[in-house]
Design a protein around this ligand. Structure first.
Ligand SMILES: O=P(O)(O)OC[C@H]1O[C@](O)(COP(=O)(O)O)[C@@H](O)[C@@H]1O
Ligand SMILES: [Mg+2]
Ligand SMILES: [Mg+2]
Length: 315
């Protein structure tokens, strides 16, 4: 059995980077324990506050952020923390070499129904400043708190998957995860159809048409409503995830956040052989203009993302 610490030593010689990843993994292992007993502790409800995005915070959004913050503070290598739950970037260490951007609890609307939630993180060099393209990431990962807790991680090479054992250690369970090139599954919130642009409408219409339609095959639709869970399924067995720009989100630039949702997920999906796009460019090439910036997100199996890109290219 290979542990996370053993895998990290084969992936990077940078001990400080290994330390930061280890801190995020330790924070997530602690959070897995908190989530397991959250209904008993009465923690699945609202916190009574709103975050900078104007969204009602759940008690566990705040608890998750506190856990990540405590672990990263103890690690002097992190200069700045950017979090969905913090209005401003928070300086942690004047000498730190890294920026961590995190969605400490993704999919928190699923908490009260005991459906998979997650933690997403992105690690960047602090020398590059707060607003760096996704391409500048040094590492990224997420944890899916499902029937098993899975940590999915990529530094610069392959994407590895770890499973949390009962003693709290992360054990390697896959070393080179690959997103299958082709798939017959798409994930989109179809209740938003009336807001969609022509490209999204066209792609979904072609897919739903099945074997006799332009795509020439049958599709299934899946939507968990936790990005982590939807992307984990796509990483494991293929598919495409779409949260495109639509007429309702256009003034905000999209729904999902660039620095701590779209960029780390794109780093992982592209590292596993898949593609990411806003419809017009790879998400990893988007120039950030703000730490809580939103962006259209389309990612997954190459063939499917290319089909969507073709629709966008039609103009
Ligand atoms: O409510 P919708 O439109 O289904 O959106 C679901 C999306 O919103 C999110 O829950 C946003 O993340 P947070 O829970 O961290 O705010 C994604 O995980 C998910 O893909
Ligand atoms: Mg999220
Ligand atoms: Mg969140």
């Amino acid at each position: 059995m290979t542990t996370l610490a053993q895998w990290l030593t084969t992936e990077t010689e940078d001990a400080a980077l290994r330390g930061v990843i280890g801190s995020m993994a330790a924070a997530s292992a602690e959070l897995a324990g908190v989530l397991r007993q959250a209904p008993i502790a009465g923690q699945t409800g609202l916190a009574g506050a709103t975050n900078v995005q104007g969204e009602a915070q759940k008690a566990l959004d705040v608890i998750s952020n506190d856990i990540v913050l405590r672990h990263l503070k103890a690690d002097n290598a992190v200069a700045v923390l950017i979090s969905e739950e913090l209005d401003e970037a928070l300086t942690l260490s004047e000498t730190g070499k890294y920026i961590v951007a995190t969605d400490p609890l993704d999919g928190s609307s699923n908490l009260d129904v005991n459906v998979t939630v997650g933690t997403i993180f992105s690690i960047l060099p602090s020398a590059g400043g707060l607003l760096q393209k996704g391409r500048a990431q040094l590492a990224a990962g997420y944890v899916a708190y499902g029937p098993a807790a899975s940590l999915v991680l990529r530094i610069a090479g392959d994407v590895a998957v770890f499973t949390l054992d009962p003693a709290g250690a992360w054990i390697v369970t896959a070393t080179a995860a690959k997103v299958p090139e082709a798939s017959g599954e798409f994930a989109i919130n179809t209740a938003r159809e009336r807001f969609w642009d022509e490209a999204t409408t066209g792609y979904v219409r072609d897919s739903v048409a099945g074997e006799t339609g332009p795509a020439g095959k049958r599709y299934n639709m899946r939507w968990v409503g936790s990005m982590v869970a939807d992307i984990h399924r796509i990483l494991m067995r293929g598919g495409i995830f779409l949260y495109p720009l639509d007429s309702e989100t256009v003034s905000k630039g999209g729904r999902l956040r660039l620095l701590y949702e779209a960029n780390p997920m794109s780093w992982l999906v592209e590292g596993a052989g898949g593609l990411s796009t806003t419809g017009h460019q790879s998400i990893l090439d988007v120039e950030p203009t703000g730490i809580h910036q939103r962006v259209p997100v389309i990612l997954g199996s190459t063939e499917e993302v290319r089909r969507v890109e073709k629709w966008y290219a039609r103009g």
